[in-house]
Design a binder for this molecule. Structure first.
Ligand code: AMP
Ligand code: ZN
Ligand code: FE
Ligand code: FE
Length: 280
């Protein structure tokens, strides 16, 4: 069984439709795939139909934008009740923050002298796409301002670069409780990727486990071997589920091919068991 628990479609910043993504997952030899678009469940229905047609198992998920100790932290939520009022309210608020940030970013980039409009960024997106910095990056590539998403982030869009604009994110500790109340299992996405270790040292992760955190994404491209070994040990000590996944973004992210990292069957079964227990 090959299990990949973290992927993105065009409903957020992936480059495939949910249907194309499920077909690609089958072609990559996966048996189970989670769709975890940023802050939205809008891709679930199409993905479920396509997964059934392709003969693979879909896990309904969301990668939720949160903040902890001043840093952005991504929280994966698996199998939540999508109608849970507290969860809905927070997701709506995050998406509103994204919608108002996009034109603000364009204005800042225009102020830097770049030839870029809101229409360049949003013109090709469908109504249910949750807009993010990668879409701004894609528009900059189309306009010939930069050669790739990575270059757009490195020069303009990363935190601390001149085109960065902040936006609303949920409080991590509150969101862990909300996700549990929505009957879902929460897993910290790439907890020690891209310098996040300082926001989530071992003692913080232990505190989050006590609040109901379910697991850690250990096997992820943003973690080196040392980080993976330490996180695996920590998960063992704290009784947290260990996941591995590609964080696939279609052609939007290099070295994140479907199934490049996978989750062990026993860990996936723990996740399903925990979700079946219902709201905490
Ligand atoms: P946002 O949530 O809109 O602030 O955008 C964050 C998303 O941008 C992340 O989830 C990644 O998918 C992507 N991202 C962040 N940093 C980079 C980078 N350096 N290069 C390419 N994509 C990135
Ligand atoms: Zn993303
Ligand atoms: Fe992420
Ligand atoms: Fe992701």
């Amino acid at each position: 069984m090959r299990i990949d628990l973290h992927t993105h479609s065009r409903v957020s910043d992936g480059t495939q439709s949910p249907r194309e993504l499920m077909r690609a997952a089958r072609a990559a030899g996966l048996d189970v795939v989670a769709l975890t678009d940023h802050d939205t469940t809008a891709g679930w229905e199409e993905a479920a139909d396509a997964a059934e047609a392709a003969g693979i198992e879909l896990v309904r998920g969301i990668e939720i934008s949160t903040r902890h100790r001043g840093s952005g932290v991504h929280l994966l939520a698996y199998l939540p009740d999508p109608a849970h009022p507290g969860l809905r309210r927070e997701l709506d608020r995050i998406v509103e923050g994204r919608d108002s940030r996009a034109p603000a970013m364009v204005a800042v980039l225009q102020g830097l002298g770049l030839d870029l409009t809101v229409d360049d960024v949003a013109g090709e997106l469908s109504a249910d796409t949750v807009i993010g910095r990668p879409h701004v990056a894609d528009a900059m590539v189309r306009k010939g301002i930069v050669a790739s998403r990575d270059e757009a982030f490195a020069r303009y869009l990363d935190e601390g670069r001149p085109g960065y604009v902040d936006r609303y994110a949920a409080r991590l500790t509150d969101m862990i409780a909300t996700v549990a109340d929505a009957g879902a299992v929460s897993v910290l996405a790439h907890p020690w990727g891209r310098g996040r270790r300082s926001a989530l040292p071992p003692e913080e992760i232990a505190a989050l486990a006590a609040l109901g955190l379910g697991g850690l994404e250990v096997d992820h491209q943003d973690h080196d071997d040392d980080a993976r070994a330490e996180l695996r040990g920590l998960a063992g000590d704290l009784g947290l589920i260990v996941t591995g996944s590609s964080d696939h973004h279609g052609t939007g992210k290099v070295d994140h091919e479907l199934g490049c990292h996978t989750t062990a069957v026993a860990e996936y079964e723990r996740l399903l068991d925990r979700a079946a227990e219902g709201p905490a």
